[in-house]
Unconditional design. Structure first.
Length: 252
């Protein structure tokens, strides 16, 4: 798929990888529908993309709410006339060990922290993917869905909840690719490693250093290195049902 002039939806576009995908796709002249729960930050990203010379609209969206996601995709098609791509990127962390004992005190991951991550990362990806496909089927046209998984899908300390969602997202990608191929729709995923974003800046310094020491390239990745994988998936018409692992060679 040629990127120029295509309508691409990016969820979680107010910061982190989503923001960088937006800025990098704006430079390639994609038309952008940006969604996030944080509308103030999102508006800044929208303006920056527009300054790069491409049509960009911002939408307030909680990806975990079914009706909101349905309304959002209806609105995007009304505003742009069509939709061609989705980057299913919205995601949160609520890190903590499943159970731990320190200084005589036992702590455990709360059900609320488990559920919050499942709702946004897994259910949100399901809902957005589903509504995107519905729009493509209605319009009888091809398209590309990119799910954002993570290196944590293989089991990362402190991320029971996040790992479960990112493994789910990776395998859902294969299912969707098989189901949607007959309609000319491709579905692929990216599993980024530790990338310099707001999400990783929250990791305690001593833990972060332990992590970096294990990365063969001895550094965290940059967001534009993940945008490169986005371009690859969008542009390569023979790529579907697979996960690109872009992680500096780090295997958890
Ligand atoms: N790698 C190696 N060691 C780790 C680790 C990791 N990912 N996470 C925790 N540890 C170690 C700690 O260094 C500590 O070791 P010592 O006992 O030898 O000092 C031990 O495990 C227990 O951890 P804490 O003392 O930190 O326990 P805590 O209860 O205070 O905090 C925690 C737990 C919140 C999970 C904290 O350890 C932490 O933030 N870990 C990092 C989790 C992480 O990697 N998150 C990724 C966020 S970015 C992201 O999710 C994007 C993506 O796709 C990768």
């Amino acid at each position: 798929m040629e990127i120029k002039d295509k309508v691409v939806v990016i969820t979680g576009a107010a910061q982190g990888l989503g923001k960088n995908f937006a800025m990098d796709l704006a430079k390639r002249k994609a038309r952008l529908a940006l969604a996030d729960i944080n509308v103030e930050l999102l508006e800044e990203v929208r303006k920056a993309c527009e300054q790069a010379g491409t049509e960009t609209r911002a939408y307030e969206l909680n990806v975990a709410e079914e009706k909101a996601v349905e309304d959002f995709f209806n609105q995007v098609v009304q505003d742009f006339g069509t939709v061609d791509g989705l980057i299913n990127n919205a995601g949160i962390t609520r890190d903590g060990l499943i159970a731990r004992s320190k200084d005589g005190e036992i702590r455990k991951m709360s059900l609320a922290n488990w559920q919050a991550v499942i709702d946004v990362n897994l259910t949100g990806s399901f809902l957005c993917g589903r509504e995107f496909f519905v729009k493509l089927l209605e319009q009888k046209k091809p398209g590309v869905c990119i799910n954002i998984s993570s290196l944590s899908r293989s089991g990362n300390m402190g991320q029971s909840n996040y790992t479960a969602t990112k493994a789910g997202v990776a395998e859902m990608t294969v299912t969707w690719a098989k189901e949607m191929a007959r309609h000319g729709i491709r579905v692929a995923a990216i599993a980024p490693g530790y990338i310099n974003t707001e999400m990783t800046s929250a990791i305690r310094e001593d833990v972060k250093q332990k992590i970096i020491d294990q990365i063969p390239l001895k550094r965290m990745g940059e967001p534009n290195e993940i945008s490169h994988s986005v371009f690859y998936i969008l542009e390569n018409d023979y790529f579907t049902g697979r996960v690109i692992e872009c992680d500096g060679g780090f295997r958890i």
